[in-house]
Design a protein around this ligand. Structure first.
Ligand SMILES: [Zn+2]
Length: 863
């Protein structure tokens, strides 16, 4: 195994023998604007105590110039990602001078040159183990230490890090040197440096002292983005959410904000939504809205802002000891992001999006053969990188929501407060948290933990009604059917949940009863309902307290097909939508029926976050779950339906935007769509704001249909020569169905190592845009997998392995899923590559499972 893939065993051994005092990290970024310079000088001075004569520092970069141990120059001993140190004393000062590379993949110190104005921007992204791409250090989460950053950069720039600047000195040749205050004890992956001519908006948050003894606090706030995006940055809204969040966490966490300042920087070509660097959060630029954005997009941004803020305590102040307990920070941040948005901001309805969209991610991930318990087994950092997934985030958050329903919100936060008081600036594992939650709630959580955090898979929840001849309830039971897909064992988890009984009335589909109960075994009787008129809809998990796939009974399905829009409660609708989608994915509800439900009741869905998810699901249903014989008609039906809903949507509404996206997203598969797509570009839909986002999506659909010329695409780029414009133009060019274009795209993805993360995504998206485009590339894909994994960074390799998998396939009538040639080829590859890295195998297994699911749905519909 590569020495770059640090294992848990090695990390444990190292932390047993080393106690890190502090790091001083000096970065020379003064030549960053010179595109010919691919590297920068990085010098680390690390002080630590050692109980063994040898250890190693982590570093991934082109060159190590010099290593000095306790003032004595040493021969440089580098092996893969490690610098070996020998002859150590009890207390040591090690200095490493090295050359690190500017990143183009979003890992380490990423460099971006803005096509709009030629300005250069830098930022770091280091989780889980990419700090070693920026500086030499002990790159594992439990070796926390103080960091002092000193950065040399062009004098006109802004330079940010986790702590405030202490001094700035002008240097030679138009450079300056920024020194930052030493951080409180931090893990390496949480350190950050951001540098460039960023645009800044400032503010502050003030908290008065209180009777409980909390001191008054002032936190300077900064919101940053590239200068060329300044006109689109609605910083005031971000600042408002930030202040509301800081108020919320002050009250609930009761540990004063520990990081001094709070900067939030929107950065280009970002690999993720955001990163919780203490005091210096980085966020994706897609949250700076250049085009019209729905309220749902504002809500998503607010949720991300508060997710990262939750990390200032959950993850930053107290850090998981190793990546097995990644959930200890991600599940909490994910839960609290939504909880705080609902409790403290204007977005009081955010639980609906959580129920229908965030949890869909969890249910999908949790049914894959690669699923894992929330508390995972993570043997090395490659496995860690793969585990930022739907189980760690969304299932973990859903399980915490269930825990709050179980122990109560008061006890939950009281436990959290005790946890922070005890473990501030330290690192922990699950039992550390449980002890405090048990202490605060007075409940033994051992069994709850075993059943919820150490098992896998969602339960399926259903209600069974027994009626008398007058159509009245004799009995209503709730069942759980739950098998751990990893162990095969039955797991009956305790569910605190609500059951809603709904009747059709003149005013709509109204809830007449809501009963909250505990389901602990296979089934439980819903108390107090005997004699009530038979409900038209029985909704298990009303209010979405628990985690489990809900199956509606036949009568309820019939009701929601006709009347879902008449269900007034948005959260109840979200739970119904979730049930329908899970049924479609499981081949219980035909894809065509799901499609009709979205076309019929989508226009009545007032929550645009939910609606956006429905339209994405509908497209998946058309492309993957409809039987091949029905697909052409299904595509036309979906495109035409979305077009009419676009025309019917109120002018200037969010719904109009969502349907317009559905139109552009599905147009590439419908040859007759070209005329209407052109009409969009001619602004023929009244009051539809055709910003760059919709314009590019339209051009990409036209390009995929083979009816957009290169000249037209270039003309669009001339209108929008921005970072996003250049990427979208690449995607549009690559979307053309010409076999030579496809071959060039394939060659670029497989052979070119200079493509950035965003260019890789755009090229994959273009390559896969025309319907069923990848025939002919399946064998080439399997042939190149191992080489890609070896030669590319894990971020880029993962995108290629996922994105190029030949997963759009047709089921042959009457043929078993197992017999499909791509399914067979996947199995063969797995059998022949048992020695391949586990992270690569995991991705291939997952893609294979998605394909099986598609083929099963297609087969069920044509059976
Ligand atoms: Zn997070």
């Amino acid at each position: 195994m590569s020495t770059a893939n640090l294992s848990r065993t090695e990390a444990r051994r190292r932390s047993a023998s080393v106690q890190v005092r502090d790091h001083r990290v000096e970065l020379d970024l003064s030549a960053a604007t010179d595109p010919g310079r691919g590297t920068f000088r990085t010098t680390t001075t690390v002080r630590f105590a050692a109980t063994e004569p040898e250890t190693f520092l982590d570093f991934l970069g082109p060159r190590v110039h010099a290593v000095t141990v306790n003032g004595e120059p040493r021969e440089v001993d580098v092996d893969g990602g490690r610098i070996h140190l020998a002859g150590l004393a009890a207390e040591n000062e090690v200095r490493v001078e090295a050359e690190a590379a500017y990143s183009r993949t979003g890992e380490g110190l990423h460099r971006f040159v803005d096509p709009a104005d030629g300005a250069t921007y830098l930022y770091t992204q280091q989780e889980p183990a990419d700090a070693r791409r920026v500086f030499a250090g002990f790159d594992q989460p439990d070796l926390k230490a103080r960091f002092t950053f000193v950065v040399t950069a062009p004098a006109g720039w802004h330079v940010l890090s986790n702590q405030p600047v202490t001094t700035t000195e002008l240097g030679p040749h138009g450079t300056a040197r920024w020194a930052f205050a030493a951080t409180p004890p931090l893990s390496t992956y949480l350190t950050a440096v951001v540098a460039g001519p960023y645009h800044r908006v400032t503010g502050e948050w003030r908290a008065a002292g209180d009777a409980a003894g909390a001191a008054p606090l002032v936190v300077p706030l900064g919101v940053w983005c590239r200068a060329s995006l300044a006109e689109h940055l609605d910083a005031e809204e971000v600042l408002t959410i930030t202040r509301q969040g800081l108020d919320f966490f002050r009250e609930h966490v009761a540990f004063p904000y520990p990081w001094g300042t709070y900067d939030q920087v929107f950065v280009p070509e970002y690999n993720l939504g955001a990163m919780e660097n203490p005091g210096c959060v980085t966020l994706t630029e897609s949250y700076v809205f250049r085009s019209a954005a729905t309220r749902a997009q504002h809500q998503a941004r607010a949720t991300t802002v508060l997710h990262e803020m939750a990390h200032m305590w959950f993850g930053d102040l107290v850090t998981p000891r190793w990546w097995d307990d990644l959930w200890l920070k991600e599940s909490f941040a994910d839960y609290l992001g939504t909880h705080a948005v609902v409790a403290a901001t204007q977005f009081t309805d955010a639980w609906a999006a959580f129920a229908s969209r965030r949890k869909a991610w969890a249910y999908a991930q949790d049914q894959l053969p690669t699923t894992h318990p929330v508390v995972a087994d993570i043997p090395d950092v490659e496995a860690a990188k793969q585990n930022f997934d739907g189980v760690t985030y969304a299932k973990g958050a859903a399980v915490l929501k269930q825990l709050v329903a179980y122990v109560g919100e008061k006890a939950f936060f009281a436990g959290a407060q005790r946890y922070f008081a005890r473990h501030a600036y330290g690192s922990t594992t699950l039992p550390d948290l449980l002890t405090e939650l048990e202490g605060a709630s007075g409940r033994d959580l051992g069994e709850w933990t075993r059943l919820w955090l150490h098992t896998s898979g969602p339960a399926t929840l259903r209600a069974r009604a027994t009626l008398d001849e007058d159509d009245r309830l004799v009995r209503l039971e709730v069942h759980q059917d739950s098998r751990d897909p990893v162990t095969g064992a039955e797991v009956l988890r305790p569910h605190r949940l609500a059951v809603g009984l709904y009747h059709l009335t003149r005013g709509g589909l109204a809830r007449s009863e809501r009963v909250e109960l505990d389901l602990t075994g296979r089934s439980v009787d819903v108390p107090g309902v005997a004699g009530l008129p038979a409900p038209d809809l029985v909704l298990v998990n009303d209010g979405d307290l628990t985690y489990g796939k809900v199956r509606l009974d036949d009568r309820s399905v019939a009701t929601v097909r006709e009347h879902l829009s008449a269900l007034g409660d948005p959260l109840a609708r979200a739970v119904v939508w979730s049930a329908l989608w899970n049924s479609a994915r499981d081949a219980v509800l035909p894809a065509a029926d799901y499609l009709e439900a979205v076309l019929r009741h989508g226009p009545g869905e007032s929550d645009t976050a939910v609606l956006q998810g429905l339209t994405a699901n509908a497209r998946t249903a058309v492309e993957h779950y409809l039987p091949p014989a029905d697909r052409t008609a299904g595509r036309a039906r979906w495109f035409d339906g979305a077009w009419h809903r676009l025309l019917e949507a109120p002018a200037g509404s969010d719904a109009q935007l969502v349907w317009a996206r559905a139109v552009t997203g599905s147009g590439a598969a419908v040859p007759e769509a070209a005329g209407r797509l052109r009409a969009l570009l001619e602004a023929e839909v009244p009051d539809l704001p055709m910003g760059p986002e919709l314009r590019w999506a339209t051009w990409q659909a036209l390009a995929a249909l083979g009816v957009a010329s290169v000249g037209e695409l270039d003309a669009e780029l001339a209108r929008d020569r921005t970072g996003e414009g250049v990427t979208q133009h690449l995607r549009a060019l690559t979307s053309r169905p010409d076999p030579a274009v496809r071959a060039r795209a394939w060659e670029a993805l497989i052979h070119r190592t200079d493509l950035t993360n965003d260019q890789v995504d755009a090229t994959i998206a273009g390559f896969t845009a025309p319907p069923r485009p990848r025939q002919g590339y399946a064998e080439a894909y399997f042939a190149v997998l191992r080489r890609l994994w070896q030669e590319r960074s894990i971020e880029i390799a993962s995108r290629l392995v996922r994105g190029l998998y030949p997963g759009q396939q047709d089921a042959a009538a009457g043929r078993r899923t197992d017999g499909h040639p791509v399914v067979r080829r996947t199995e063969e590859w797995l059998a022949g590559n048992e020695d391949a890295p586990a992270a690569l195998r995991r991705l291939v297994i997952e893609q294979g499972d998605h394909l099986r699911r598609s083929l099963t749905a297609q087969g069920a519909a044509q059976a």
